[in-house]
Ligand binder design. Structure first.
Ligand code: ARG
Length: 578
């Protein structure tokens, strides 16, 4: 089973070596999909210059040595020196058969790497907002995809569980009572709890003073204060976990590695950077000044790692995250799936850590930048009153809207089944909307569009696979039985579908490298469309003869498995019926 593009590349490279010498064996054969054939090899154009020969002559020299009889039905030179390559139908059929016979659908496992992925990372006693939703959804998809590719993915949920706001939060918790209805808000509407504490802090000098003294108690490790802090964190965890289970993401309590986790490392981080002469005291604060980071008027931008009051901040704990992930988690590659505005922060943190020798060159650190989610007015999504939108409300509304759609389309199903489908479709729609646009671009949050049954949406793909399942039900065949059929490719629509199926493995591989799940979404959308054309043009259950029926059922089974597997690694459910 093979990626046609890769197979053709190998063959063309061999021809290059045979025609021009071994030093050309690694030359990029420039294989591209073509309008006139399946692919074209464009190597001749670039090589002509290097060889001082006409591109068309170079192309014929390659063609003469090209050994592709088993793969291609036609090889033809066109234009200034393109080599058009048309695959053999029986080769396509055999490759598709092999994919269908492979539980991994042709996706090879890669050399296993340790890959910590930092994602989600909401803040304790504050509402998770749509920005956190997007890093949660994209991060989880990347975790699933890299896991599927064979890597040891280590999920790191860097929740905001430390810092000065905890002074006021603890005092507010004490005022309300730990078992009060207000405290319960932390589990359902943490933003309300936070806002109430903040309002008191702003209005009452007495409260503000208490809050500040409480900060000192937190930092000195006072037992009772730390117990209350833990209580706040525990109540927030209940809230996070509710969102995670509603969203169907893979994060659990075991993945929590919040800011506080690194407290013990911070003094030594600062001391080490000072010893190495990387950090210096400026206006009372310990700062790192790096080359290349200047602000307005060429003023150097500092990375502050210890404030003048002696407290540590966000940058210091992130120096600890990267050090810990390299040294303790033995990371080969580290991903931070975090909002795009934090890019400068991460670049400065990593440059500092590399300068200190904590991150070897071969360990790649990547900021998977997450773009903003916008409202209809193209500003950051907010409620009418200007407050940030509550994530749980948004998810509830998605499910509610999906409930209406399912009730309309499937009045025949019982209520429980309908409710389950509505949950899968509503949540799937929201997640897919986050995944299907490139992660660093902004997009407008639009329920109507994300829930639409046509276009590149979650519900469209969910429906596509549910419809295929209904074909099997109608035909009285299981997909497993159908997968035993022998695939032959005769009609153009069969050929296109088979070729599309061969694209799954290379696409997943590519997403693992580029960290761009939207490429998998685009692939699945294309595949679903190829299937629709196939199903329109090639009768499956009513095929002319038994062999044709078996072949088409096998192609149908391969499509179903690919769609389901693709949705699964994206973290989108595939309902049995819709
Ligand atoms: N809690 C932060 C926020 O809400 C995100 C943390 C991201 N991860 C990190 N290692 N800094 O913006």
């Amino acid at each position: 089973m093979a990626d046609p593009q890769e197979v053709l590349a190998q063959r063309v490279r061999s021809a290059l070596a045979a025609a021009f010498g071994d030093e050309f064996a690694e030359t990029d054969p420039v294989i591209r999909p073509s309008q006139f054939a399946d692919y074209q090899a464009n190597a001749a154009l670039a090589l002509a210059k290097r060889l001082g020969r006409k591109p068309r002559d170079v192309a014929s020299a390659i063609e003469e040595r090209l050994d592709v009889d088993d793969v291609c039905r036609e090889v033809e030179i066109s234009g200034p020196g393109f080599i058009n390559l048309t695959l053999r139908d029986d080769w396509i059929a055999a490759q598709t058969q092999a994919v269908l016979g492979d539980p991994r659908l042709g996706v090879a496992t890669q050399q296993r790497q340790n890959i910590p992925i930092d994602y989600s990372a909401p803040n304790v006693a504050k509402e998770m907002h749509v920005g956190h939703l997007r890093t949660t959804v994209v991060g989880d998809a990347l975790a699933r995809i890299l896991g599927f590719l064979g890597h040891n993915v280590i999920r790191q949920n860097h929740i905001g569980d430390w810092g000065t706001p905890f002074g006021m939060l603890i005092e507010h918790l004490l005022d309300c009572g730990e078992h009060s209805a207000e405290a319960d808000l932390l589990k359902t509407d943490p933003n309300a709890f936070y806002q109430a504490a903040k309002a008191k802090f702003d209005a009452s000098e007495e409260f503000a003073t208490r809050a500040r003294s409480r900060v000192v108690l937190i930092q000195s490790g006072d037992d009772e204060t730390l117990r209350l802090w833990r209580e706040l964190v525990d109540l927030s965890k209940i809230y996070f976990n509710k969102v995670y289970s509603t969203l169907d993401v893979t994060l659990t309590d075991d993945d929590l590695a919040g800011e506080s986790t690194y407290n013990d490392m911070l003094p030594e981080i600062c001391a080490a950077l000072e010893r190495q002469g990387i950090a210096e005291v400026s206006e009372g604060a310990l700062c790192v000044f790096l080359d290349g980071y200047t602000g307005r008027e060429g003023k150097p931008v500092p990375l502050i790692i210890r404030k003048s009051d002696g407290g540590y901040g966000y940058a210091t704990s992130d120096l600890a995250t990267v050090k810990y992930r390299v040294e303790e988690l033995k990371a080969d590659r580290i991903l931070y799936v975090v909002g795009a505005p934090q890019n400068l922060h991460f670049r400065m943190v990593w440059d500092t850590a590399r300068k200190a020798g904590w991150v070897p060159d071969e360990v790649e650190t990547t900021h998977v930048q997450i773009g903003n989610v916008l409202g209809e007015d193209h500003k950051i999504l907010r409620t009418r009153s200007g407050k940030s939108i509550r994530l749980m409300e948004l998810l509830d509304e998605a499910v509610e809207r999906a409930t209406r759609v399912v009730a309309e389309n499937r009045p025949d199903l019982d209520e429980e089944t309908r409710a389950r489908i509505a949950r899968e479709v509503g949540i799937g729609a929201v997640k897919y909307a986050d995944l299907s646009v490139s992660h660093d671009s902004e997009y407008v949050f639009d329920f109507d569009r994300m829930l639409a049954l046509n276009g590149n949406t979650g519900p469209y793909l969910q429906y596509a696979q549910a419809r295929i399942r209904s074909i099997f039900r109608k035909g009285g065949v299981t997909p497993e039985e159908a997968a035993a059929g022998t695939i032959t490719v005769t009609q153009p629509a069969e050929r296109d579908l088979a070729l599309a199926l061969l694209g799954f493995a290379p696409t997943v591989q590519q997403v693992g490298e580029t960290l761009e799940p939207h490429r998998l979404c685009a692939y699945l959308f294309d595949l679903a469309q190829s299937f629709t054309t196939f199903y329109d043009q090639c009768p499956v259950l009513k095929a002319e003869n038994a062999e044709l029926r078996a072949s088409r059922l096998a192609l149908t089974a391969a499509t179903l498995r690919t769609l389901v597997q693709g949705l699964d690694v994206l973290g989108v459910r595939a309902p049995e019926q819709m």
